[in-house]
Ligand binder design. Structure first.
Ligand code: IVH
Length: 672
């Protein structure tokens, strides 16, 4: 026996380690929504694993990540449905050479359709006799979650196609996206409410689609682009024709699709869109190339994970190398201390960048980043630019480059020793009531629109009042006097009076919003509302135990502990006492939850006369089911509940805008 056969080749160990790493990366990407590898790293590792598996066929495993696409299954609450056709992924390419390699394997003279690669989540819409009956996520590629109630909140997805020439069954696949504008607004709001930010619109769309509350989904404003039609006896013999037909049927199909006849043409399309995509309202991360002829597509077929008739080309991420001049530390309103890279200014995605986040201490240590280094800065989908890497140092012994600076042990704003909660990466200043950015942050949150909504007290004014010693905590707001504030720079008597009027009006803000305004950590607007429904006075809430609080939907042990701690702190009790004396609402019935979500996010116009119920009854029905009754028809109207003798103007406007009408009977059936 060969002596060496006993010793295992190191590649076998590498193969096992790669499988494990990619399994984990898939889980973090699809289930936790927290990607750990860049697409490129993921692809490189996947290729290496494929090579190793080819080297050791005896190690074949049907469960290997090379044999199936990642999974986003595992959430509660949605019906799981088997796909009629598996939902596959696409092979990636990054260069002209790789595209040429792919084209070489195709029949000569093929037509290639170029499309944008939308960076969201894939969705499969099932239409039976023209009616949307299911909307499935990719899941594990074999079965997905039916998220139809959430999908129905997307205005561009038709619920019903009013034509008699559509096939009995067809499926349209596409991408669900959160447009940039909505993404930025959502993150801004989450920042205000101390909720974790979404890293990019893709994560935000994925988190949104998994919500169990279609009203919240509707509010966030998802959109969808459709890019592939499947089924039996469908019209057309090319992919391009099918998408054009789908467009005629009322589906949202991108105008950026183009039939190309050569690699040169494909490369010109790529070059054009690599720049032009920055003007699109949604995120794209590449181009998809598809064989146009459907018979040829069928002939080419599929591998276990991807079609052979399509390939993705990924745009290079926008990053730049620049000099790290200095690391400074910024204290946020929750006391988290973030290291900030001060950079030699550099142009990135159309803006000049000179500051970028270094995330936390572990990040700096793991990359051994020091002032004087050249670092990679990326903007990607995020609002705040981030450092993503460091260039190799030419001379590590260069005395001008100091050692990695140590993270400060005390708060740079107030000098309090920092603490690091176990399991968290962030250092935090615990001096909630004495640290300037935390004091001002708490006041800014308290007066914000969704909290006490006090007009006139913006960030600058709060800063000014803080500097002048007029504001130290939220209770001080109710002690402000006209003579104190009218004399401040930039403020005359009129604006001072405005502020005081706003403060006076805030005394009527209902209890649920007051609770949100207090700024208890992790108690956002929705959670506050849920708590206020259960505890309709502060006096009962104050005595609630963590266990009792956990019984409330959305309240987990961490939030419960934050609430209990808040009411244990004597300084908070003093503030609450002053606020109560000032006349704030510390009790009251919170608005009840609607009885169903059937009409969540919809704007419905009622017009005409009815037989079964009165107009007011229909209005109440709409509201109890999560919808909104509006007076006039616009492009935002979801449908019109149309009785007899509907006004001719409304009818014309509805026709012009393509707004569907529902009869009384259809509406009642829908409500049943
Ligand atoms: S075609 C059989 N076309 O990219 C594969 N996919 O990385 C059918 N995607 O899972 C997919 N834009 O979610 C296709 N124009 C487009 C696309 C697109 C985005 C997504 C899709 C797919 C993923 C693969």
């Amino acid at each position: 026996m060969d002596l060496f056969s006993e010793i295992e080749a190191p590649e076998r160990e590498e193969l096992r380690a790669l499988r494990k790493e990619l399994e984990e990366a898939n889980y973090k990407y699809y289930v936790l929504n927290m990607p750990t590898l860049s697409d490129r790293e993921f692809d490189e590792k996947m290729h290496r694993l494929q090579d190793l598996e080819a080297m050791f066929p005896d190690m074949f495993d049907p469960k290997s990540p090379t044999q199936h696409v990642g999974s986003d299954l595992g959430k509660k609450g949605f019906e799981q449905v088997k796909h009629k056709y598996p939902m596959l992924s696409l092979a990636n390419s990054y260069s002209r050479e790789e595209i040429e390699d792919w084209v070489r394997k195709l029949p000569s003279g093929v037509e290639i359709v170029c499309e944008l690669k939308y960076d969201g989540l894939s969705i499969s819409l099932w239409y039976e006799h023209g009616v949307l009956v299911k909307a499935l996520t990719r899941g594990d590629g074999q079965q997905g979650d039916n998220v139809i109630d959430n999908i129905k909140t997307i205005p561009s997805i038709p619920w019903k196609i009013e034509r008699n020439d559509v096939p009995a069954f067809f499926e349209l696949r596409g991408e669900v996206l959160l447009p940039w504008e909505r993404f930025e607004a959502l993150n801004k709001e989450r920042e205000e409410q101390e909720e974790p930010l979404f890293a990019n619109p893709r994560n935000a769309a994925s988190g949104t689609l998994k919500l169990q509350d279609p009203r919240e989904v509707a509010r966030r404003g998802l959109d969808a682009y459709l890019y592939y039609m499947l089924g039996e006896n469908l019209p057309g013999s090319t992919h391009f024709e099918r998408l054009s037909t789908a467009r005629e049927w009322g589906f949202h199909i991108s105008d950026a699709i183009k039939v190309c006849h050569s690699v040169d043409e494909v490369m010109a399309y790529i070059a054009y869109w690599d720049t032009e995509r920055k003007n699109l309202p949604v995120a794209t991360d590449g181009i998809v190339l598809k064989v146009n002829n459907l018979a040829q597509q069928e002939e080419l077929g599929y591998t276990a994970k991807t079609p052979r008739w399509a390939i993705a080309y990924k745009f290079p991420a926008e990053k730049q190398l620049t000099l790290l001049r200095e690391i400074t530390y910024q204290v946020g309103r929750t006391g988290v201390v973030t290291p900030v890279a001060n950079l030699e200014p550099v142009q990135l995605s159309g803006t000049m960048v000179q500051r970028a986040t270094l995330h936390n201490e572990d990040f700096i240590k793991s990359l051994d980043i020091r002032p004087g280094d050249k670092v990679w800065v990326e903007k990607g989908g995020e609002i705040i630019p981030k450092i993503v890497g460091r260039a190799d140092r030419e001379e590590t012994s260069d005395p001008r480059i100091p050692r990695t600076p140590s993270f400060p042990s005390c708060c740079p704003e107030c000098g309090t020793p920092l603490i690091r909660v176990e399991g968290e990466a962030a250092w935090r200043c615990p001096n909630e009531t004495g640290c300037p950015p935390q004091i001002k942050g708490k006041i800014e949150h308290f007066v914000s629109r969704k909290a006490m909504n006090i007009d006139g007290l913006g960030e600058e004014t709060i800063d000014l009042f803080y500097q002048k010693g007029l504001l130290h905590n939220i209770a001080d707001i109710y002690d402000l006097k006209l003579e104190d504030i009218a004399v401040q720079e930039r403020l005359g008597e009129k604006s001072a009076q405005n502020i005081l009027d706003g403060i006076e009006a805030s005394k009527q803000v209902p209890w649920a919003r007051v609770l949100f305004a207090l700024g208890i950590r992790m108690v956002g607007e929705t959670t506050a509302k849920k708590i206020a429904r259960k505890y309709n006075t502060i006096d009962t809430l104050m005595w609630a135990t963590a266990e009792q609080l956990c019984a409330i939907e959305d309240v987990g042990p961490q939030i419960a502990e934050n609430i209990v701690k808040y009411f244990e702190d004597i300084r908070n009790l003093e503030i609450l006492d002053r606020l109560r004396k000032a006349g704030l609402q510390f009790e009251g019935e919170a608005e009840p939850e609607p009885t169903s979500d059937k009409l969540a996010g919809m704007s419905i116009v009622i017009s005409g006369t009815f037989v079964h119920h009165s107009r007011d009854e229909y209005k109440a029905m709409i509201e109890a089911n999560g919808g909104k009754n509006v007076g006039s028809v616009s492009k935002k109207t979801s449908f019109i509940l149309a009785g007899d003798n509907m006004g001719p103007e409304k009818r014309k406007k509805a026709e012009d805008l393509g707004i569907p009408l529902k009869t009384e009977e259809e509406f009642l059936e829908m409500m049943n």
